[in-house]
Design a protein around this ligand. Structure first.
Ligand SMILES: [Zn+2]
Ligand SMILES: [Zn+2]
Length: 292
C-alpha cells in the first residue's frame, strides 16, 4: 500500500457535496484513510495501490479549488488504514480561536523556507530558533535538532505556548509540522502576535525527508495511522525516545493494556512483555487482555 498525505486551504462552498464525491471516488478505487473537509479546505491521508492513488489524485484535482494540491507519497502497509472516514468539520485544523471569534487569517502566514534552505541554515551555524508546531507526544519520538517542542497535547494549546516565548519576537524563527498544514496557521498566529521574522517549513518533515535525506532530524516522524512512526533521517539516524519503564533508547510506541488508561507510551519489547503492555503494574492488573 502507498500513502498520500495532502492538504489545501481554499474556500469550499459546499463541504457536504465534496464529502459525498470523495466517498464515491474512494469506495470505487478501494482507497482507505481519513479525509477532513471544512469550508476552509481539505486535509487527507489516504492509502491504496499506486494506480488507485494516481486516479484519485487526478479526480480530486478536478474539483473547484483543488487543482494545485501538493501531494506527498510514502510507503505504507496493510495495517496503515483499516477503513475509510470522510468527515465534515468546522475547520480542518483547529487552533481553537474560531469559536472565540478571533480566528487567525491565513493572509498573515509566514513565507516558506524550503527543505534545502533549512538544511543550509543548519550547516551555516547561524542562529535561529526552530519551533515544533506539533504535540508533545509527536516530538517525543522525533524532532529537528535543537527544536523547541511545546508541552501540548492538542494544537488548541499552541496559542498558550506562544505566550511563553515572547522573548523570541524579534529573533529568526522557523516552524515545522508533519506535512505543513498546521504551520500555515501556527505561523499566521505567530506573526499576528508580533513575531517579526518567521518562516514555515514548506511541506513539513515529510518533504524534508524526501528531498534532503533528513539530516538534522533526530528520531522518527510520528504519523496518525497504523504505522505510528516512520524514518526520516537516512544520513545519521538516531533514537531519542526512551522506554517509559527502563529508560532504554527505543523508537516504539505501545498503547496501555488498561482500556481506561489507554496511554500511548514509549516501551521496549522486553518491558512490553514484562508489563503485559501496561504503562504501570496497576494498569497491568486491569488489562483488557486478561481473561478472568
Ligand atoms: Zn524497557
Ligand atoms: Zn496505563
Amino acid at each position: 500500500m502507498h500513502v498520500l498525505l495532502y492538504y489545501k486551504y481554499t474556500d469550499i462552498e459546499d463541504p457536504e457535496d465534496l464529502k459525498e464525491k470523495q466517498k464515491i471516488i474512494c469506495e470505487r478505487l478501494g482507497i482507505t484513510g481519513r479525509i477532513l473537509i471544512a469550508e476552509e479546505g481539505i486535509n487527507g491521508t489516504v492509502g491504496g495501490t499506486f494506480e488507485a492513488l494516481d486516479q484519485y489524485m487526478s479526480e480530486t484535482m478536478c474539483y473547484p479549488g483543488l487543482s494545485d494540491i501538493e501531494w506527498k507519497i510514502s510507503e505504507g502497509n496493510d495495517q496503515t488504514f483499516p477503513k475509510l472516514r470522510v468527515v465534515v468539520r468546522p475547520e480542518v485544523v483547529t487552533l481553537g480561536l474560531k469559536e472565540r471569534g478571533k480566528d487567525v487569517s491565513l493572509k498573515h502566514k509566514a513565507h516558506y523556507i524550503e527543505p534545502d534552505e533549512l538544511l543550509r541554515l543548519y550547516e551555516s551555524g547561524e542562529e535561529f530558533t526552530i519551533i515544533d508546531a506539533r504535540n508533545e507526544y509527536e516530538g517525543r519520538i522525533g524532532k529537528f535538532k535543537d527544536a523547541i517542542v511545546p508541552d501540548i497535547d492538542n494544537f488548541r494549546e499552541f496559542p498558550e505556548f506562544v505566550a511563553s516565548i515572547e522573548h523570541l519576537k524579534n529573533k529568526p524563527v522557523v516552524t515545522y509540522c508533519t506535512g505543513g498544514i498546521r504551520c500555515e496557521k501556527a505561523s499566521s498566529y505567530l506573526k499576528e502576535q508580533g513575531f517579526t521574522d518567521v518562516r514555515q517549513l514548506h511541506g513539513g518533515i515529510h518533504r524534508y525527508a524526501d528531498t534532503t535525506g533528513g539530516k538534522y532530524f533526530d528520531g522518527e516522524m510520528y504519523v496518525f495511522d497504523g504505522r505510528v512512526h516512520v524514518p526520516v533521517n537516512q544520513v545519521n539516524p538516531t533514537v531519542i525516545s526512551e522506554c517509559h519503564h527502563c529508560g532504554t533508547k527505543v523508537a516504539r510506541y505501545v498503547n496501555c493494556c488498561n482500556a481506561k488508561c489507554n496511554l500511548q507510551f514509549i516501551c521496549c519489547e522486553s518491558c512490553e512483555t514484562e508489563y503485559g503492555s501496561g504503562c504501570s503494574r496497576e494498569c497491568q492488573k486491569n488489562s483488557r487482555f486478561l481473561t478472568a
